[in-house]
Structures are given as structure tokens and as C-alpha cells.
Design a protein around this ligand. Structure first.
Ligand SMILES: NC(=O)c1ccc[n+]([C@@H]2O[C@H](COP(=O)([O-])OP(=O)(O)OC[C@H]3O[C@@H](n4cnc5c(N)ncnc54)[C@H](O)[C@@H]3O)[C@@H](O)[C@H]2O)c1
Length: 331
């Protein structure tokens, strides 16, 4: 029997016009599966060719929706200055009955969008009431995704304050965001100016070794979401009223990976899925300062890729490749 797989390039995926709302729906379902324990998401092992670059292997499995696979993703933070995407790679999906690979997809789009969608799903439950101003530190792909889509989760937002070390990135970010939203975009001269008085702070710089902000700049009652690691002063998780992570096991492992960034680990208030599924309350009052760090779960990638492949099959998008003829001897 001929075993086939579908390949979706970045261009194929863009042509599908999958909405941000659809991706929020996928990640909320995944987080609910996570909170109910129906998932396998081992911490990502990494290779570092240099201190600001990585390759991560991200396997994941959601048994109730039969989604299994692995994302092999690169993060090269120096690429942004060359006008190249920093996050690139491929996701492989597998059939969970016989194990055969069923699909290979570009992972730049899925990583970009699902990360913003997880933040948006979290912000719906954790942002202060009537939030108007949000901050983006690092105006690359994550900065764009978050800024261009956050009003879909928090419609009261009217202003985004931004800071990036690269003025060219801010310029193209501003054009991108203005074409897609009615937000007032304010380019600030420092991270501190961008963070002070903001209702929601999102830091999405490339990999940096020093914290990009001091917790004392954050307004009481704000929601802070570092999309990358090491973006905060080390005492912050201990001082926030609620410290939330997407997956405690992976957060624990990421501390080991970072060479023991924390000498003592903070106790999280919750894993994000517990809040999405209603097992624990999200924001409970206007004074709570909440820190939510979502380090990124393979199960989001796998579930989103499964959804993309279903759409691609219906619309006949992508390239179908024969992987193996099982009637032939393997060796
Ligand atoms: N948690 C997750 O699930 C997840 C998913 C994707 C990406 N990420 C991480 O998010 C970060 C951003 O990813 P991206 O694809 O947007 O990267 P990118 O390379 O497109 O953008 C990074 C931006 O940060 C800016 N920057 C670098 N150092 C800075 C500093 N000190 N101050 C201000 N700005 C600075 C760069 O100029 C660039 O504009 C990366 O660290 C990446 O690893 C996390």
C-alpha cells in the first residue's frame, strides 16, 4: 500500500487565510486537554550553536483528538537585523495508530500565530478591566502578531507603546499594525517609557541574556506576558500577585536549560489550562499584578497543524508525496 503525506509550504499556509479566532479556539481546546491531563508534552531538548541561537525538538501528543507529531524549530535571534525571520522550521504529524508520518508543514506561521493566540486566550481571563494601553518590547514577528490581533481578545485597547533596539523593525511594525488596526502606535525611546503606565506588557525580544525590564516599572494591576525567557528580573515571579505558566514541567526544565536562571523556583499560582478550563479563577480584582509566562507548548503546534491539514485536504492545498510503498521490502 502506498503511504502518502501532505506537505504544506509557508505560502500554502498563507493561502488558507485561517483566522486568528480559529487559532484561539484551537489553543483553548488544547489548554483544556492540558488541564484535564490528556496530553503528552515532554520538555523541549535544545541545541545551541551560539548563546543567542537554538534548535528545539518539540514532540507532542493529544490522545483524545489523535494528534501526534514533532516540531523541529530554529530560533536565530541575529536574523532580524539581516531582515530574515528568526524562527523557522518544520512540523511532522504522525498517524497515532500505525505511526506513519502523514504531514510535513512549515512551522514559522503556526509558531507565530499560535503564540499570539495563547497570549490572547490568557489575556481574555487575566487582563485588567477596560485595558486601553498595551506595550510591545521587540517588534519582530511576535510583536506584529500580538499587536495586530490583541484587540480581538481585548476590544477596549486603543494604544500600543513600543520599543525595539532596531529602528527599522519599529518602522515596518508600525506600517504593518496601522494597515490592520485602528491602534494609536507610540514609538518610545526606552523599554521603561514603553512599560510605565501600561495595562498589558508583552516582551518579545529575541533571546537576550539580561532582563529587558525592571518590575518596578510595571503599573499595579497590569498583566505582564514575557513571550521569551529571561525577560524579567529574577525576583519578579515571587513578587507578582499571580504567577502563571503554561506548563510547570517544561518551565522547571527550562530553568535547568538556562543553567539555573532561578536558584530557587517560584511556586506558580496555576498552569494556564486550569484558568482556561475554569478550574481556577483568572483575574479576581483590579489590583492584582499578574505575570503569565507561556514558554510554548508542542501540543499547540500539533493541534494547529492537524487543523490546517484538515482544511488543506478539503481544499486540495499543498503537495501530496508518496512516503513509502509498504508492499515493498524495507531492506
Ligand atoms: N513562548 C513561545 O511560545 C515563543 C514562540 C515563538 C517565539 N518565541 C520567542 O519570542 C521572541 C521573539 O520572537 P520573534 O519571532 O518575534 O523574533 P524576531 O527576531 O522576529 O524579533 C525580535 C525583535 O526583538 C528586537 N530586540 C532584540 N533585542 C532587543 C532588546 N534588548 N530590546 C528591544 N528589542 C530587542 C529585535 O530587534 C527584533 O525586532 C524570541 O525570543 C523567540 O524565541 C517564543
Amino acid at each position: 500500500m502506498k503511504k502518502q503525506l501532505r506537505y504544506l509550504s509557508h505560502e500554502d499556509i498563507l493561502s488558507m487565510n485561517v483566522s486568528f479566532e480559529t487559532v484561539i479556539e484551537v489553543v483553548e481546546k488544547v489548554l483544556t486537554e492540558h488541564s484535564e491531563g490528556f496530553y503528552v508534552n515532554p520538555p523541549k531538548p535544545a541545541i545551541h550553536p551560539d548563546p543567542i541561537s537554538f534548535f528545539h525538538a518539540m514532540p507532542g501528543y493529544l490522545p483524545r483528538i489523535h494528534a501526534a507529531g514533532v516540531k523541529w524549530v530554529s530560533g536565530f535571534s541575529a536574523n532580524a537585523a539581516k531582515g530574515l525571520p528568526g524562527i523557522t522550521g518544520l512540523t511532522i504529524l504522525n498517524d497515532d495508530k500505525e505511526g506513519f508520518p502523514t504531514a510535513v508543514l512549515d512551522c514559522a506561521w503556526t509558531t507565530g500565530i499560535r503564540t499570539g493566540a495563547v497570549s490572547a486566550a490568557a489575556a481574555k481571563r487575566l487582563a485588567p478591566k477596560n485595558a486601553k494601553v498595551f506595550t510591545i518590547i521587540g517588534t519582530g514577528i511576535q510583536g506584529r502578531v500580538h499587536a495586530a490581533n490583541f484587540q480581538k481578545a481585548i476590544p477596549t485597547l486603543d494604544t500600543v507603546k513600543v520599543f525595539d533596539v532596531n529602528p527599522k523593525m519599529v518602522e515596518s511594525f508600525t506600517q504593518y499594525v496601522k494597515e490592520r488596526t485602528n491602534l494609536n502606535v507610540i514609538n518610545e525611546p526606552t523599554a521603561e517609557a514603553a512599560i510605565r503606565d501600561s495595562d498589558i506588557v508583552i516582551t518579545c525580544t529575541g533571546k537576550i541574556t539580561e532582563p529587558i525590564f525592571d518590575r518596578n516599572w510595571v503599573k499595579k494591576g497590569a498583566l505582564v506576558m514575557p513571550v521569551h525567557t529571561s525577560g524579567w528580573t529574577k525576583d519578579y515571579p515571587f513578587k507578582a500577585d499571580k504567577f502563571i505558566v503554561d506548563d510547570w514541567g517544561q518551565f522547571f526544565h527550562s530553568n535547568v536549560e538556562a543553567g539555573g536562571y532561578y536558584s530557587k523556583l517560584p511556586d506558580p499560582y496555576a498552569q494556564l489550562g486550569e484558568i482556561i478550563s475554569g478550574k481556577k479563577p483568572g483575574r479576581e480584582n483590579d489590583d492584582e499584578t499578574i505575570l503569565d509566562h507561556n514558554y510554548g507548548l508542542a501540543i499547540h503546534d500539533i493541534a494547529l497543524c492537524q487543523r490546517l491539514i484538515k482544511i488543506a485536504e478539503e481544499k486540495n492545498i499543498g503537495t501530496v508525496l508518496t512516503y513509502m510503498d509498504t508492499d515493498k521490502n524495507i531492506v
